[in-house]
Write a protein that binds this ligand. Structure first.
Ligand code: FES
Length: 118
């Protein structure tokens, strides 16, 4: 059966998308209150910050207490659990995320209130 080069390209793209989860993920960088933090693939923002010895408020580490909430200023994260259970609608609208439940998909910039004034 004859196939056009277009078909091959579409098929190739289809398989790339289908198996994208197998692609080696790359490190990304977070700016936490202006301090650079390298985030390893699969690592949460909180894990990366603590590994880098950057003070980051936290407690439960499982998305239940909101102590690690911070504001995502730029970039994109994937939530491991839905933060809407512990963050208010207003906080979500203002871009707040839970650092212990956020895996960066791109370089990100976050602002965290280390004094608990948020
Ligand atoms: S440390 Fe409790 S929600 Fe992140």
């Amino acid at each position: 059966m004859w196939r056009s080069p277009y078909d091959a390209e579409v098929t190739s793209q289809h398989y790339k998308n289908m198996f994208s989860f197998l692609r080696k993920q790359e490190t990304v960088t977070a700016q936490v209150n202006g301090q650079p933090v390298t985030i390893q693939p699969g690592e949460t923002l909180l894990q990366a910050a603590l590994r880098s010895e950057i003070y980051f408020p936290h407690s439960c580490r499982v998305g239940a207490c909101a102590t690690c909430k911070c504001r995502l200023l730029s970039g994109r994260v994937k939530e491991l659990t839905r933060s809407s259970y512990v963050l208010s609608d207003e906080e979500l609208a203002r871009g707040y995320i839970l650092a212990c439940q956020s895996v960066a998909q791109t370089d990100i910039e976050v602002e965290v209130d280390i004094w608990g004034d948020q």
